[in-house]
Design a protein around this ligand. Structure first.
Ligand SMILES: Cc1cc2nc3c(=O)[nH]c(=O)nc-3n(C[C@H](O)[C@H](O)[C@H](O)COP(=O)(O)O)c2cc1C
Length: 360
C-alpha cells in the first residue's frame, strides 16, 4: 500500500504520519486524536514540569492504547553570562518604556531544562512506544535506560553529518528536518543557519547516507508533500504547522489568525525569541531586533526578558512580541479536527499515489 512501510512496522502504527511534537502548542487531546486515527501522536515535554508531563501522559494512556511518542529537548544548559543578559535587557529597554512595562517587573526563569533523570523516570513509568529528541541526544546513560524500556528512539537531523551521528549513537529512525520547518531547528553539530538545507535536498541525501528509516519534516502540509516525501525515499512524514490549525491545538486566537493569514514568504529563521534559531511568522520584534541577533542570550535565556513584553502586548490584542512558530507551508493547512486531518491526509496521499502509478 505505502511505497515504504519500514516506519509503520517499526512503530506498530497504521499511517506513516507523525504529528510533530509542538512544545507549548499541543497536549494530550492532540496526541490522543492522532494516535487513535492511526498516526503517531507526539507529546512535547520540553515546556512541561515533570508533574504536568505525568498528568498529560496519564490522560493519554487512559484514552488510547495506540502507540505514542514522548519528545524532549536535550540542549546543553546555557553558560552564565551576566554581561550578555544585561546587553539584551538594554536592547529591549525601549520596548519596556513604550509598552509601559515596569522595569522592575520580575523576569521569569525560563523553564526549559534539558532531558534529565526525572523525565527519564517518567518514560520508564509510562513506556511510550517512541521517544524522540530535538538538539541531538541525551547522555549515554539516559539513552541506555530509554533503550532498555523498549522505546524506539528518534531524533532530528538537519544535515547528513547529523543524521550519520544519530545513527551511530543507535537511533532507530532519523527525522530529516528541512529548512522550511516551523519551530526550532534541531541543528546540533553546527550553529551556522546560512548553510541549513531544504527538505527536498536533505531527505534523499540522508536516505542515501543511513540505513535506518528516514522521516521527512519541514513544509509538508498536504497530500502532495507526503507523496513527494515518499518519492524522495522517506518512510514517514512529521507534520507540525498543519496541525496547529486543528481545534486541539492550544494556541491563542491571535496565533490562530496569524497562521490563517500567513503567506509563503512571511516566515523567517530567528533567534530573538529563545536564543536558538527557529522559524516563526514575521512580526515587529523579528523585524526590529532580528531576525538573527548576536545580542540574544543563549537558549533558552533570551525568552525570559521578552516575557513581560509579550504578556503586555498580547493583553492589548497584539502579537508584536509573540513567537508565532510556523513553517513555510501554513497557507496549505486547513481547519479540521486532528483525527480527520490525519485520515484525510493519508487517504489523499494514497489516492494520488494510485493515480500516479496508473499514469506511469
Ligand atoms: C509550534 C511548533 C513547536 C515545535 N516544537 C517542537 C518540539 O517541542 N520538539 C520537537 O522535536 N520539534 C518541535 N517543532 C518542530 C517539529 O518537530 C517539525 O520539525 C516541524 O514542525 C516540521 O515542519 P512544519 O512545521 O513545516 O510541518 C515544533 C514546530 C512547531 C511549528
Amino acid at each position: 500500500m505505502w511505497p515504504n512501510n519500514r516506519f509503520i512496522k517499526l512503530c506498530g502504527i497504521e499511517l506513516p504520519i507523525i504529528q510533530a511534537p509542538m512544545a507549548g502548542s499541543a497536549l494530550s487531546d492532540m496526541v490522543v486524536a492522532v494516535s487513535q486515527a492511526g498516526g503517531l501522536g507526539s507529546l512535547a515535554c520540553a515546556l512541561l514540569s515533570v508533574e504536568n508531563a505525568r498528568k498529560e501522559l496519564e490522560s493519554i494512556r487512559r484514552r488510547t492504547s495506540r502507540p505514542i511518542n514522548a519528545n524532549f529537548f536535550c540542549h546543553q544548559p546555557p553558560r552564565e553570562d551576566h554581561a550578555r543578559e544585561i546587553n539584551w535587557r538594554e536592547r529591549l529597554d525601549a520596548y519596556y518604556i513604550q509598552l509601559q512595562v515596569d522595569s522592575n517587573t520580575s523576569i521569569p526563569q525560563s523553564a526549559r531544562p534539558p532531558f534529565d533523570e526525572q523525565m527519564c523516570d517518567l518514560v520508564m513509568e509510562f513506556h511510550p512506544e517512541v521517544v524522540s529528541f530535538h538538539f541531538g541526544l541525551p547522555d549515554k546513560n539516559l539513552l541506555l535506560r530509554i533503550r532498555k524500556s523498549g522505546a524506539k528512539i528518534l531524533s532530528s537531523a538537519t544535515s547528513v553529518d547529523e543524521a550519520r551521528w544519530l545513527e551511530d549513537q543507535g537511533c532507530d529512525a532519523i527525522i530529516a528536518q528541512g529548512f522550511e520547518a516551523g519551530g526550532h531547528r534541531g541543528m546540533f553539530l553546527t550553529e551556522d543557519v546560512s548553510t541549513q538545507v531544504g527538505t527536498m535536498a536533505l531527505v534523499p541525501q540522508v536516505v542515501d547516507a543511513v540505513k535506518v528509516p528516514v522521516i521527512a519534516a519541514g513544509g509538508i502540509a498536504d497530500a502532495r508533500g507526503i507523496l513527494a516525501a515518499f518519492a524522495l525515499g522517506a518512510a514517514a512524514v512529521q507534520i507540525g504547522t498543519a496541525y496547529l490549525r486543528c481545534p486541539e491545538a492550544q494556541i491563542s486566537p491571535l496565533y490562530r489568525q496569524a497562521l490563517k493569514d500567513a503567506k509563503d514568504n512571511e516566515t523567517a529563521i530567528t533567534n530573538v525569541f529563545t536564543g536558538r534559531p527557529a522559524r516563526a511568522i514575521l512580526n515587529r520584534f523579528i523585524r526590529e531586533v532580528g531576525p538573527m541577533s548576536d545580542l540574544a542570550p543563549e537558549f533558552p535565556l533570551a525568552a525570559a526578558t521578552l516575557a513581560p513584553l509579550r504578556a503586555k502586548s498580547e493583553l492589548a490584542g497584539s502579537a508584536d512580541f509573540t513567537s508565532l512558530w510556523s513553517g513555510q507551508s501554513a497557507r496549505l493547512s486547513r481547519e479540521l479536527p486532528a483525527a480527520d486531518l490525519t485520515k484525510q491526509l493519508a487517504a489523499e496521499a494514497l489516492k494520488n499515489l494510485t493515480l500516479l502509478q496508473t499514469k506511469a
